[in-house]
Ligand binder design. Structure first.
Ligand SMILES: [Zn+2]
Ligand SMILES: [Zn+2]
Length: 232
């Protein structure tokens, strides 16, 4: 587990569910989560939350509704009575408990996409839950009485959002990947052009660190280099 602390004392803990990150944000006496990990890691997640001494979770912001981010939303809603917040464009996937299949960007991902779209594998399913939808506007503030805003960053999926904490750190879901050093384009995504314009908006927040749903933190220079290398 890693922890970041902002200038206003907001703490961000990263729980690594093997290949997917869950972020626990605490401050001003409140706690909320960004993403929930895959359902196979439910007990692990509960154990890590206990380790952190978390007994109340006000809300869960889902960066999007793929199974590895929304897998434990129903569990957290039931156990903690947390509000589950998701962009309206993806609320229906949460209600059904089924991931949309994103388009493959890399060759490998395109093969995976073909396989996934044909057979609707069990792994894309998770427990459905009734969401408390986020408003459809581009930026919402403030959240949970904390210096936290949520912004729409579509491209990986139509309703992808990022959570900006204290104008220092932003939790970006799958808008960026932190698995391969210096390469942040996610292997799957619906619209590469939209992903790049979301990166530009994320840079405009002034944040110095971008924490993705998979892998390690990404720096501003890395985001800038990726925009340059992928722009026509
Ligand atoms: Zn995803
Ligand atoms: Zn993911």
């Amino acid at each position: 587990m890693n922890t970041w602390i902002t200038k206003n004392g907001i703490r961000i803990h990263r729980i690594i569910c093997l290949y997917a990150n869950v972020y626990v944000v605490t401050g001003h006496g409140h706690c909320f989560l960004v993403d929930t990990g895959p359902v196979a890691f439910q007990r692990f997640l509960a154990r890590q939350l206990r380790r952190l001494g978390i007994t109340r979770i006000l809300g869960v912001i889902l960066t999007h509704t793929h199974y590895d981010h929304a897998g434990n939303a129903a569990f957290l809603q039931k156990k903690f009575g947390s509000m589950i917040m998701v962009h309206p464009a993806e609320a229906r996937y949460l209600k059904k408990g089924l991931s949309s299949v994103p388009g493959g960007i890399s060759v490998f991902a395109r093969v995976m996409e073909r396989l996934a779209s044909g057979i609707e594998p069990k792994m894309l399913k998770f427990s459905p839950c009734e969401p408390d939808a986020l408003p459809a506007s581009k930026i919402h503030k403030p959240f949970f009485d904390m210096p936290v805003t949520v912004m729409a960053t579509p491209g990986h999926s139509p309703g992808s959002v990022s959570v900006v904490v204290d104008r220092e750190i932003v939790l970006v879901g799958d808008c960026m990947f932190g698995v391969i050093p210096k390469k942040i384009l996610p292997p799957f995504g619906d619209d590469v052009g939209q992903i790049i314009s979301s990166w530009q908006q994320l840079l405009a927040t002034g944040c110095h660190t971008f924490l993705p749903g998979h892998g390690f933190g990404v720096s501003r220079p890395t985001v800038k280099k990726n925009i340059l290398s992928l722009s026509p």
